[in-house]
Design a protein around this ligand. Structure first.
Ligand code: ZN
Length: 432
């Protein structure tokens, strides 16, 4: 259960450091109201809360009298959310006396129109209503999928009364709270579901492509572009304490669009710690006590929570650079777990990923390969060829002249401009 506040310009200038020290964990911040009013403190409150690490959601006060109004209000709110990131949902605050006479159907239509518009823009919507609205003015049976934030002020704010819907994720228990750093009274809330753990931002793009799978059935592409490139290997001589492999998208697509992180195999999420070193992370326990861990995800992008069952290739977050990280990448590590939790013995992920991906290798071997190619030969990959173990290759691979980097039997690692691109079968290469 987390303690939070909801605020607007009515709270004046807020000392966010003091608010944080007073134990406030999240803030729902008013963007504005109707289709044209921006709360004067919206920007300041957003950056103030973020600067001290208070988790942020937003709400918009509605004057809508029709679904057309509601869509306009939502579009206006969306324009105010642009470029910002949210840990908490995006809430629709409907409570105005001008709306109470509209009738259950129209009011519920308005709520659906607003929240659907928010959702299609990639945010997770939520509805804010008080108990009277919940009981008398809204058709709740049509809103089963919508997270609920209910206002109800009982005499004892520590006892959640029965009047608060059992499925309400958030309860606003008073409008007369006192918090250090805020000179006025303030609305206080309990979040029962730790809403920040559920990614509020849906990911509109890219649509994860079917993940490549190796001979053992494991996902060999851990990112949605199926285009992994290793930037740092497992316990290399330069980084002997690097207990995983770092990957990025070979085309650096992540600089232009979100790149999804995919679960390595079926499993259960055991950890979603956010740490100063690992950033936003997910750990998944698979069969045979194999634990896979994914670090440095984009803030707020984690879309699974502890206990979730995930499927092989399912998107669990977005590649990012949170924590101690230089540039957008995925740090992926595997542990053979014996003691539970996230402890266990690190193993080289390569042994699980097998040879389907191009792992940085020692300098080209001197031993001449048995075959027609040798290191440093210029080659082209035949159109439609796969990686050595059957994964997909990025389309640019077919168009570029590569250099043979390393040969092991019929397995040939090719490089472009000194960077390893892929491992392919020798029969798929043509000398140029
Ligand atoms: Zn790493």
């Amino acid at each position: 259960m987390k303690k939070g506040i909801d605020i607007s310009k009515h709270q004046g200038v807020i000392d966010w450091k003091k608010v944080k020290t007073d134990g406030v964990e999240f803030a729902m911040i008013r963007t504005g109201y109707w289709t044209n009013y921006v709360d004067e403190m919206w920007e300041k409150n957003y950056s103030g809360a973020k600067s001290v690490g208070i988790k942020v959601g937003a709400y918009h006060y509605s004057y809508s009298l029709s679904t057309a109004d509601a869509v306009k209000e939502a579009q206006f709110m969306i324009s105010l959310l642009k470029g910002k990131s949210f840990d908490y949902p995006i809430a629709f605050d409907i409570e105005d006396t001008k709306q109470t006479g509209l009738g259950k159907k129209v009011i519920t239509d308005i709520i659906v129109a607003f929240t659907d518009t928010i959702k299609s823009a990639g945010y997770r919507p939520m509805i804010y209503i008080n108990t009277n609205w919940r009981n008398n003015l809204v058709d709740m049976t049509r809103l089963n999928e919508l997270p609920l934030w209910q206002a109800h002020y009982p005499p004892d704010p520590n006892l959640r009364p029965a009047a608060v819907d059992s499925r309400a994720s958030m309860w606003q228990y008073t409008e007369k709270g006192k918090v250090n750093g805020i000179t006025t009274t303030v609305d206080m809330n309990w979040d029962y579901d730790d809403l920040s753990k559920v990614n509020p931002v849906l990911v509109p793009s890219p649509v994860p492509s079917p993940a490549a799978v190796n001979a053992l059935g494991y996902v060999t592409s851990l990112i949605s572009t199926n285009n992994m490139r290793v930037t740092s290997g497992y316990r290399t001589s330069a980084r002997p304490n690097h207990n995983g492999i770092d990957f990025t998208d070979a085309q650096r697509l992540e600089l232009k669009q979100d790149v999804g992180i995919l679960a390595f195999d079926d499993g259960t999420v055991t950890d979603t710690t956010v740490g100063s070193l690992i950033g936003y992370s997910v750990s998944i326990l698979h069969a045979n006590n194999l634990l896979t861990r994914y670090f440095h995800m984009k803030a707020g992008s984690v879309r699974v929570k502890v206990g979730d069952k995930v499927k092989k290739g399912q998107q669990i977050g977005i590649m990012g650079t949170t924590g101690d990280s230089t540039g957008i990448h995925l740090h992926f590590e595997t542990k053979e777990r014996s003691t539970g939790g996230i402890s266990g013995t690190w193993v080289n992920p390569e042994s699980y990923l097998l040879k389907a991906i191009a792992i940085p290798v020692a300098p080209p071997q001197t031993a001449a390969p048995s075959g027609t190619l040798k290191p440093k030969d210029k080659v082209k990959v035949v159109q439609g060829a796969k990686t050595y173990t059957g994964g997909n290759l990025a389309s640019f691979v077919y168009t570029r002249v590569h250099e043979v980097y390393q040969i092991n039997g019929d397995r040939v690692v090719i490089a472009f401009n000194g960077e390893v691109t892929a491992a392919v079968n020798m029969r798929d290469l043509v000398k140029v």
